[in-house]
Design a protein around this ligand. Structure first.
Ligand code: COA
Length: 367
């Protein structure tokens, strides 16, 4: 019955990103993630994924402005979202809010910008409303990361925090054929529209085995409290048959390279005076978790994945835990939209087969 979660099955050719699980290397359109994330902002990653090359200064400024204007338009839609943003769960709210966009009402050339802007604006507005405050209108003059932090009402939002968030958004912008990207491509393969593909992808991202992990990672770090408690806590969780959030990966057999990028970005935040008390704890917990998992499953080589340090960096930036998964969507929507285009341009209807293992009619009749 087990089709093995399609592990190792190639379902598309892509020029967007390559995940080398054995070497722990992530290449996004010809650039190592380490180079890209620590030197470029989210707008540059969008240009790279959507147009194939990093933008020059003029193209970058134009994209930044266009995305800012799209955020303003997304904010103007808030009043027409019904009760979508009243959902308790941020991903439920985001999915419902985005479903209000109509692809046939948006010029095809503007779709990627409108959807990308809407994810950030709707996520931030959801948090403000939940926090009992009015949504903050976008500032189109800011970069996407800086404006997201500001719209989310992060106290002390500054350039260092925006830069750290940029590093996260670029790091998380694309990652091979992950579950939500595959979902988006399946929807795009039917020649459905980009809004539908992104709404479906958000549903896939919500799950704790995919984009829902960083919230639980932070909860775990809080529950552990101090490095000394880590061995006992991890041993108890594993004995109870629970998974350690932020550990393990379908493709990586070594430490996820994105974990190192995010650690570096957190160190940069520290250097700018924004200190995270959780970095040292996270490193200690990672150390214990890797050793414990290694003893239990030496053949599988389970190491830290991106979500482990996502929790630490988003917390350090000042975003609330409830916004961690939506912030993943703020980043990954860039990749989803690039994959939707690629699927439409080169792909065929994705329609795999299944092996029927249920009863045949005559056997049922005879029973
Ligand atoms: N903690 C404890 N055990 C784990 C584990 C973890 N984080 N990740 C995997 N394992 C165990 C599994 O239980 C499985 O054991 P079993 O065969 O006895 O059931 C074994 O290791 C092999 O798992 P694997 O095939 O590597 O998992 P997968 O490829 O199906 O799933 C993840 C990959 C990411 C879903 C999985 O590692 C996981 O659930 N991690 C925690 C959630 C998380 O961090 N998600 C974010 C991903 S970026």
């Amino acid at each position: 019955m087990d089709a093995n979660g399609l592990e190792g099955v190639v379902v598309a050719e892509t020029a967007l990103s390559d995940v080398d699980g054995e070497r722990g290397r992530l290449v996004i359109r010809g650039h190592d993630v380490e180079q890209l994330a620590l030197r470029h902002d989210f707008e540059s990653a969008c240009a790279l994924l959507w147009d194939g090359a990093l933008p020059d200064a003029r193209a970058h400024a134009a994209l930044r402005q266009a995305l800012g204007r799209a955020r303003v338009r997304a904010f103007a839609r808030l009043g027409a979202l019904g009760d979508a943003l009243a959902a308790d769960d941020a991903m439920d709210a985001l999915r419902a809010a985005l479903a209000h966009l109509r692809a046939d009402e948006i010029a095809p050339a503007a779709l990627k910008l409108e959807i990308t802007a809407a994810v950030a604006v709707f996520a931030a507005a959801w948090w403000r409303l939940r926090d009992g405050a009015a949504p903050l209108p976008p500032d189109p003059a800011l970069g996407h990361a800086a404006d997201f932090v500001r719209m989310a009402g992060v106290p002390g939002a500054d350039a260092a925090r925006a830069r750290a968030l940029d590093a996260y958004l670029v790091t998380a912008s694309d990652h091979g054929m992950n579950a939500s990207t595959f979902t988006a491509r399946v929807v795009a393969s039917t020649h459905s529209d980009a809004v539908s593909a992104v709404v479906a992808a958000i549903g896939a991202l919500k799950g704790p085995l995919h984009g829902g992990a960083p919230g639980p990672v932070l909860a775990m770090l809080d529950a552990i409290g101090t490095p000394e408690q880590a061995p006992h806590w991890i041993a108890r969780e594993l004995a109870a048959g629970h998974r350690i959030m932020g550990m393990g990966h379908r493709v990586y057999r070594v430490r996820d390279p994105r974990a190192a990028v995010l650690e570096r970005a957190i160190e940069r935040l520290h250097a700018a005076g924004v200190r995270s008390s959780r970095l040292a704890l996270a490193r200690a917990v990672e150390h214990v978790a890797v050793a414990s998992l290694g003893e239990r499953r030496p053949e599988r080589r389970l190491a830290a994945n991106v979500e482990f340090y996502t929790a630490v960096i988003l917390d350090a930036v000042g975003l609330p835990q409830a916004l961690f998964s939506p912030t993943f969507a703020v980043a990954r929507v860039a990749g989803w939209l690039a994959h939707v285009d690629e699927q439409r341009a080169h792909g065929r209807l994705i329609r795999p087969a299944s092996r029927y293992v249920g009863p045949m009619p005559e056997l049922v009749a005879a029973a």
